[in-house]
Design a protein around this ligand. Structure first.
Ligand SMILES: *[C@@H]1O[C@H](CO)[C@@H](O)[C@H](O)[C@H]1NC(C)=O
Ligand SMILES: *[C@@H]1O[C@H](CO)[C@@H](O)[C@H](O)[C@H]1NC(C)=O
Length: 330
């Protein structure tokens, strides 16, 4: 009899565990594809020296007669609620980039959401009907994040401007990038520069590089998400060098998504560490590094930290992330 009870007890534990893993698997699979944790050391190794091309791209002409429009685009699909991190993205864009407008591309929003209420006077709402615009992709059972990957390319191709993922914090003005000679700017991801991430896209309407990139989604399989959003643009950048400017990993995407870097940003630090960090950020006019313009919060990897945040915690708890974003609270 006791043996049966042991089996029964084990089953009580194991069955829900298996069910949970089964439910989480598609999610873990997607994150696993996007972030290769076995390559963390390579991603983290970086000498903070821009290449010659990166340096030229970051020092472009602020007196360009045909600058990239100073219009910010953010995308929020199939989700009625904005979170605090999304609020920080839009707030930081308003404050750091001083854009002509922030276009919030959405499908459906709750007008009573607390973060939306704070932002609504400062955003231009652009509603999308995915069924009409992306019917084929929807039929092919694309996930919403894949549709959003396509929409950002279509928006920049059509209107130009600055696209930001809803977990990017804009730290300093992008003005000196807007006069870039090339029609598109992307930032390297990882110290090994293995990819060009699509979380921040700066471009003129009609960019030929975007067109090439967009075409690749014709052969998109949803298990190639990382390839199409990060690796493929890197490959294309090596083939079509005169159509794109690439910038150093520390400008948009440092610290990275590795577990060590996420802990660096979110684990508690002492009061004196916080003061020292604040001092560094002040010296860099808002960035952690002299050339940094934005911080990508990697919300898929850092969700356990980000989902617990609110303005009160940002003010009262010392972490590097909190110190970095404090000035964007209203
Ligand atoms: C939001 O819009 C209001 C009204 O136009 C303006 O006074 C305010 O400065 C804007 N806030 C930001 C952060 O841009
Ligand atoms: C978006 O939401 C609608 C309604 O909830 C759903 O039918 C549709 O499948 C979702 N689209 C994607 C791409 O997930």
């Amino acid at each position: 009899m006791p043996r049966i009870r042991v089996f029964a007890n084990a089953a009580i534990l194991i069955i829900p565990l298996v069910a949970l893993l089964y439910l989480l698997f598609p999610l873990l699979g997607d994150i696993g594809q996007r972030f290769d944790f076995s390559g963390e050391k390579r991603v983290e190794s970086f000498d903070f020296k821009p290449t010659d091309i990166e340096e030229t791209c970051s020092r472009s002409n602020i007196h360009s007669t045909d600058p990239v429009p100073n219009v910010v685009h953010v995308i929020w699909l199939n989700n009625t609620e904005l979170d605090f991190i999304n609020y920080l993205t839009i707030r930081s864009a308003l404050i750091s980039l001083q854009p002509d407008r922030v276009n919030l591309h959405y499908t459906d929003l709750n007008g009573q959401n607390e973060w939306f209420i704070k932002l609504r006077d400062n955003v231009t709402l652009v509603q999308h009907d995915l069924e009409t615009e992306y019917g084929q992709q929807i039929k092919d059972k694309w996930q919403i994040s894949h549709v959003a990957d396509l929409l950002r390319l279509d928006v920049i191709a059509k209107e130009g401007g600055i696209y930001l993922d809803m977990d990017v914090i804009a730290l300093r003005s992008f003005d000196h990038l807007l006069g870039c000679e090339k029609d598109l700017i992307l930032g390297h991801e990882g110290g090994d520069r293995h990819g060009l991430c699509n979380a921040i896209i700066v471009g003129r309407p009609g960019s030929s590089f975007i067109q090439r990139w967009r075409k690749s989604y014709g052969t998109f399989a949803t298990n190639e998400w990382n390839y199409h959003s990060v690796i493929l643009p890197k490959e294309l950048s090596l083939m079509y060098r005169d159509e794109i400017c690439t910038i150093s990993p520390s400008v948009f995407y440092w610290p990275t998504w590795t577990r060590k870097h996420i802990r660096y940003m979110h684990e508690p630090i002492t009061q004196s560490e916080a003061q020292e960090f604040q001092h560094t950020v002040n010296e860099n006019e808002g960035g952690i590094y002299p050339d940094q313009l934005a911080y990508h919060a990697w919300s898929q990897v850092a969700s356990t930290y980000l989902r617990d945040l609110n303005p009160g915690k940002v003010l009262s708890h010392n972490t590097r992330f909190n110190v970095l974003v404090r000035r964007f609270l209203d």
